[in-house]
Design a protein around this ligand. Structure first.
Ligand code: GTP
Ligand code: MG
Length: 546
């Protein structure tokens, strides 16, 4: 038969106890078809999830297999797109079919690699070439998308930035270089879909939703993938050995068992770590097909709405995302942010600093204003009753915000950002996106950034005085470098800001920071020594909210 000659094999693993379930239940809702709603965050997520349901990640020998695979797949239905993806020297093609029926057909025709495993069908397959019979089809030819998803090394980055005509141009180039590509977003939704396929065999209607920088437009290539389990209310309840049968223990038990299941039964999941004692318990793991670090949490809907809010701010003005990405890149190269947890700032509060600054520049509105203009359709509450209602359709904003008076260039905004915070009175005031104005600090934390959706919480409570001073000092350095490295010199514009380990030399040069330098360096070392013995940054930042 056809299958004996050329067939797709599924990566297999699973358990015979798993119940069969139609994992393709996610369909495009009526809302999706409503063109008025086309551009909202929620409809984009629905589209991306639908796209993931219609896609298969197929391992091939090389990109030359594209034509054979294309011909082979045509027998199952029309194809919308094909994307080449290389991971760890293995070649894959992400095939998007036009209709979900094709996926069902291909799934029932594919076979398994070994008989000793209990088969569970996943949307990751591999293609072995056999005799290919050309398919008759009226569909338009689909070409293979080939994208470079690697971050350029420092030398290449510097060369590209050197070609720019201005600092604003450099920021745009950096943004284009670092932002997530369409393929990466597809793969991130595909990863969520892959997990959902497995989990849904245990728990009906469960959803795995991506959130955080992967989808709010502030993510950079290779950033972590934050995932949340939704709809676990209809799940089986585990017998718990705890007397205290609180929701938190239930979630901990649930995630603990899920972590073991993932480790043993889901292909592509490596290095599973359970971090269950945190305020928001999570499972960390590496997804091998894309080499992505993932954090999976349960019923964390505030984070989903926070992502939506950040995405909305990113959509409001074309300057927001390039500026945020540039400042995140600067903070990373100056080691102000770090992958491990501690007393330092993380990307999320840093992003809130940028958004607050843009509110001061009258480029972005306060959350209060977005709440004021919200409609009946915008009402959202989390399972814990947190009010996440705000205007989702930015076209309904008042004219002031549609036709902005502030037309500052990215260069000016970058410079002003450093100037604004390097002279900000952090001792007295806190940052509040909700109000859009600085507030008297309600806590004794060194840095107070109000959680926009839960205003009693400080998202930067973990940041200590030494780290705050280091941030301010690096901002003074940045101003100095932007002023002194003239256009055309080796280090002009943001090139100098992105160079790591240049602090000693520049700190000595900078007069503005002279008084602080020694103090900062001493403190900094100390704070590293005393950093939390916790293995997750999310844990620290969330604990910071307590
Ligand atoms: P990178 O992963 O560093 O690119 O940025 P990110 O924005 O995805 O940040 P992170 O992975 O640390 O967190 C993911 C999401 O969780 C954020 O976008 C926030 O919505 C939420 N989050 C992170 N830290 C906090 C915190 O301290 N408090 C609250 N309430 N939410 C947080
Ligand atoms: Mg993240």
């Amino acid at each position: 038969s056809l299958l004996n000659h050329y067939y797709c094999k599924k990566f297999i693993m699973g358990t015979s106890r798993l119940k069969s379930h139609n994992c393709f239940s996610t369909s495009i809702t009526k809302q999706h078809k409503n063109s008025k709603q086309e551009s909202t965050h929620e409809t984009k997520i629905i589209k991306r999830r639908d796209q993931a349901c219609r896609s298969l990640l197929i391992q091939v020998h090389s990109s030359n297999s594209y034509k054979d695979l294309y011909n082979y797949c045509l027998q199952f239905g029309d194809i919308s797109s094909m994307h080449h993806h290389i991971n760890d020297q293995q070649n894959y093609i992400l095939v998007e079919f036009t209709n979900i029926v094709s996926i069902k057909k291909i799934m029932s025709s594919a076979s398994f690699t070994k008989e000793d495993f209990t088969p569970v069908k996943s949307s990751i397959l591999w293609f072995r070439k056999g005799q290919i019979r050309l398919q008759k089809s009226n569909q338009k030819k689909v070409s293979l998308f080939v994208e470079n998803n690697m971050l350029p090394n420092e030398e290449k980055r510097t060369n590209l930035l050197n070609d720019a005509k201005s600092i604003s141009g450099q920021i745009i180039i950096l943004y284009e270089m670092m932002k997530l590509t369409d393929l990466e977003i597809r793969l991130r939704f595909h990863t969520a879909h892959h997990l959902e396929q497995y989990f849904s065999r245990l728990f009906e209607n469960i959803k795995v939703l991506p959130f955080g920088s992967s989808i709010n437009g502030f993510g950079r290539k290779m950033c972590d993938l934050d995932l949340v389990l939704d709809n676990i209310t209809s799940r089986l309840v585990f017998h718990s050995k705890f007397n205290n049968n609180s929701k938190r223990y239930e979630t901990k038990d649930f995630l603990g068992i899920l972590a073991d299941t993932m480790q043993y039964f889901i292909p592509g999941i490596l290095n599973v770590r359970k971090i269950l004692h945190a305020q928001v318990p999570i499972i960390k793991f590496c997804y091998n097909y894309t080499q992505t670090e993932c954090d999976l949490s349960a019923t964390n809907m505030t984070a989903i709405y926070m992502t939506e809010l950040l995405n909305l701010y990113g959509e409001m003005d074309w300057r927001v995302r390039p500026l945020v990405i540039a400042i995140r890149a600067w903070a990373k190269s100056q080691k102000l942010t770090c992958d491990s947890p501690g007393h330092w700032i993380t990307n999320f509060p840093l992003t809130l600093l940028v958004l607050f600054f843009l509110q001061q520049k009258k480029i972005l509105p306060s959350l209060q204003l977005l709440k004021l203009y919200s409609t009946h359709d915008d009402v959202r509450y989390t399972e814990n009753g947190v009010d996440c209602t705000f205007l989702r359709d930015i076209n309904k904003l008042p004219a002031d915000y549609k036709y902005k008076i502030n037309q500052d260039s990215l260069e000016t905004l970058l410079y002003d950002f450093f100037e604004y915070y390097s002279t900000f009175d952090f001792q007295t005031y806190g940052i509040c996106i909700r109000e859009g104005v600085q507030i008297r600090k309600p806590s004794r934390s060194a840095l107070h950034i109000t959680n926009p959706l839960e205003t009693t919480l400080n998202v930067s409570k973990n940041v200590n005085v030494c780290e705050l001073n280091r941030i301010i000092s690096k901002m003074h350095d940045a101003i100095y470098m932007l002023e002194t490295n003239e256009f055309g010199s080796n280090n002009w514009g943001i090139i100098s800001l992105l160079k790591a380990n240049n602090d000693n030399e520049n700190l000595k040069k900078s007069n503005t920071t002279k008084g602080q330098t020694k103090n900062i360096e001493e403190c900094s070392e100390d704070s590293y020594k005393n950093s939390y013995e916790i293995s997750d940054k999310f844990e620290v930042s969330v604990e910071a909210n307590i």
